[in-house]
Design a protein around this ligand. Structure first.
Ligand code: MRU
Length: 367
């Protein structure tokens, strides 16, 4: 029987509490982090209590909606709410889902706010975000409703893209994946791991090699998620990928994505580009699996995707313990960009997009 994945968040409607499973503690401890307070929300995204592009998008949506309600209770002005939104958007710059989730919620809020101000001539909506109990539209409720809708959109997209991905998996395929793109990261069935889970439950018996993915070791989360479902998984260091490909051990590579430009260039966890180059050299298909909310509708190519650089301590330490000689420097780009020429297809909820990507992406985004 199919087992449910561990989802990254719980929203307690009655108390308006946002709880996140602390992914820094997994796979050894399942601890829940209260991200209801705005500063705790910012911390949880920046410090990767919650991580993975679709998950931080959904969490940013809920977090912004909760903050709007709180600010409105305080009678705060619109510029205050917008300044908070900017702080939220700055927490992690690469994953476009964060921008998408928070901005969609903000759009729903602004729309309700303007309907409210139209229906009440005495309210100045430009200077004061507080509502009047006499009006129908409740901007804070509209924001929360949009956060719920976005969560459902992500859940549906996960399922749909996972099923579309089945067509690229042959029986007994040996699949290499990088970082973590399962339920914890994708806030649903999974993206890259969703395809693998769907293949497993369809009886295709996939075997998985999971890159450890230094410096944050998200591959351990992948191993944890697959092991829970008894899907065969072997943890490897990413430096082993070329060797495995040369030995004929890998049939295809599937990874998730953090931002996809309009020409198909794809930002994902640092090291993804290396894998794509290796896969191309060894003539192994290389697929990306991502929902349409991971596509950046403005950025034309990968050169314009902002890359997050994180603290050098993440490289100089392992599990919090220093392992580099004192005084040694490190750099820590958290993502890289894989040019679309190296991508065999992008698995989405609208089907598998293929080259020419500019056209297939435009068609998917407009349908
Ligand atoms: O830095 P992280 O752990 O948030 O990066 C996550 C990834 O790069 C994932 O591969 C990507 O977000 C896809 S998640 C379905």
């Amino acid at each position: 029987m199919e087992k449910a994945g561990l989802l990254p968040l719980r929203f307690l409607e009655e108390s308006g509490t946002l709880l996140l499973v602390d992914q820094r503690k997994l796979p050894f401890e399942e601890e829940w982090f209260d991200a209801t307070a705005f500063d705790d929300l910012l911390f949880s995204i920046k410090e990767m209590v919650v991580r993975g592009a679709p998950s931080i998008g959904v969490v940013a949506g809920y977090g912004h909606a909760l903050n709007i309600a709180r600010r409105m209770r305080q009678g705060a002005s619109l510029p205050v709410i917008e300044a908070d939104l900017e702080r939220l958007l700055a927490t992690r710059p690469t994953a476009v889902n964060l921008q998408y989730g928070a901005r969609q919620v903000h759009k729903a809020f602004m729309q309700a706010l303007s309907e409210h101000s139209n229906s009440n001539a005495n309210t100045n909506a430009n200077t004061n975000a507080n509502t009047n109990a006499n009006t129908n539209a409740d901007p804070a409720e509209a924001a929360l409703k949009e956060a719920h809708r976005l969560y459902q959109e992500v859940l549906d997209a996960n399922y749909q893209l996972s099923n579309h991905g089945l067509s690229v998996i042959s029986k007994g395929a040996s699949i290499l994946t990088h970082c973590n793109a399962g339920p914890l990261a994708a806030c649903g069935y999974g993206t890259a791991l969703g395809v693998i889970r769907a293949a497993h439950y369809a009886g295709l018996q996939p075997q998985v090699f999971a890159d450890e993915t230094r410096p944050r070791n998200q591959g351990r989360l992948t191993a944890f998620e697959l092991q829970r479902e008894e899907i065969p998984v072997t943890l490897v260091c990413e430096s082993m990928s070329g060797f495995l490909m040369k030995c004929g051990k890998i049939d295809l590579v599937i990874t998730g994505a953090d931002r996809i430009a309009l020409n198909g260039d794809t930002a994902n966890k640092i090291g993804t580009y290396n894998l794509a180059v290796l896969a191309s050299f060894h003539k192994i298909p290389f697929f990306i699996a991502a929902p349409l909310s991971t596509f950046d509708r403005v950025t034309t190519d990968g050169d314009s995707i902002p890359i997050e650089f994180r603290a050098e301590e993440e490289v100089l330490t392992f599990d919090g313990a220093r392992h580099a000689p004192p005084g040694v420097k490190a750099i820590n780009p958290s993502f890289d960009v894989t040019p679309s020429q190296l991508i065999s297809g992008i698995i989405t909820e609208k089907g598998i997009l293929r080259a020419p990507f500019q056209e297939s992406i435009a068609a998917a985004l407009s349908s």
